[in-house]
Design a protein. Structure first.
Length: 362
């Protein structure tokens, strides 16, 4: 379930965590006061990332992230209605478009890295495969890949998406996202116990099935089942959501800890180039899905965007879009990559592959 650390580990991490959360809260508040889109995620992410690159000991421990993803899953599932469930039948065609576009996106990003930037073929493919950071890092660690270089490209891609997608969706849909915060009704004791209890069961089942983002998706599916059948109608308070968004943004920003400005600048061009190419492919794919199937463009671009599953699902929820649709697409993409990614690498795995599970993130 949620892996709680030893007491001594918590005490060791508390100073860095406290500083990181203070920076994240300040960044979110500043962005909210400036009227910027999705302020609590993007503001906390940018401020914490800047601090991390300057050498500050930023940290968001795994156990904190897992608690936050569980809470977010319960809230995101609350957006599912009986009408949402009735519309699931139209998803397969959209998922087929995603699967067809996946190799096009990956190869389009990898080719310039190989031919114009001097990357090896396998490093370029690992840096170009979208939205499966835990899998990519496991594969990179198991070979002689340039792990920091690959991690930089993947992390920058997610950070740019978080900063870029909200204003893009706002411009194309006319939504006011400056202070977007879903309204909530305080749940009763029965609803709360039912939500949390089935949420934990959902997480356990997702872990046993080795699904990606088990903490988020297990809670999301359990909550969606309860809300989609009208068994439960309430959600957790909006204040809890706000804190969760701040922690989510801080977690993205903290990925840059230990990198340093020099290494960041050295790899930024490659990261920006692969993001731009991948984003263009994703936008074109989203346009096809929107024109052919009638889904909102904001929803399809989040589903096809080369970003992390957890982040894109949360963004969909915060923007008032169908988070279940987005989550289903990113889950399918991850599962396809689990099957295909090891096959496209030419390197023979190292000894640690004999014991390392490619589905388990760092």
């Amino acid at each position: 379930m949620i892996r709680l650390p030893a007491r001594k580990d918590v005490l060791r991490e508390l100073p860095g965590l406290g500083m990181t959360m203070a920076l994240a809260a300040a960044g979110g508040l500043a962005f909210a006061m400036l009227g910027l889109p999705v302020p609590w995620i993007s503001g906390s992410m940018i401020v914490v990332a800047a601090a991390a690159l300057m050498g500050a000991p930023t940290i968001v421990p795994r156990w904190v992230r897992e608690i936050v993803f569980f809470v977010l899953g319960l809230n995101i599932g609350s957006a599912v209605t009986p009408e949402t469930i009735a519309g699931i039948g139209s998803w397969p065609a959209s998922i087929v478009i995603l699967i067809v576009a996946l190799p096009i996106l990956s190869v389009s990003c990898a080719v310039p890295l190989v031919y114009f930037r001097g990357w090896s073929r396998d490093d370029a493919m690992l840096a170009s495969i979208p939205g499966a950071l835990s899998l990519i890092m496991a594969l990179a660690d198991a070979t002689d890949a340039d792990v920091p270089r690959i991690a930089l490209v993947q992390a920058v891609r997610v950070a740019i998406l978080v900063a870029l997608l909200p204003p893009l969706i706002s411009m194309t849909s006319g939504l006011d996202l400056t202070m977007a915060m879903p309204q909530s009704e305080l749940p009763g004791l029965y609803d709360l116990v039912l939500l949390i209890g089935l949420g934990f069961i959902g997480v356990l089942l997702m872990r046993l099935a080795r699904f990606p983002a088990a903490g988020l998706m297990g809670a999301l599916i359990a909550s969606a089942a309860l809300h989609g059948t009208d068994v439960v109608s309430a959600t957790l308070p909006s204040e809890v959501l706000m804190v969760s968004f701040v922690v989510l943004g801080a977690g993205i920003g903290a990925r840059f800890a230990g990198l340093g400005w020099h290494n960041f600048r050295a790899g930024l061009f490659d990261a920006a180039m692969t993001f731009a190419i991948g984003f263009v492919v994703s936008v074109l794919t989203a346009i096809v899905a929107t024109a052919w199937l009638g889904f909102p463009f904001g929803q399809t671009i989040l589903a096809f965007a080369p970003g992390a599953l957890e982040v894109m699902v949360v963004m969909a929820f915060l923007l008032g879009l169908d988070a279940a649709y987005v989550g289903a697409h990113h889950t399918v993409r991850f599962l396809v990559l689990v099957l295909l990614a090891p096959l496209i690498l030419r390197r023979r795995p190292g000894k640690q592959d004999e014991t390392q599970d490619p589905l388990r993130g760092p």
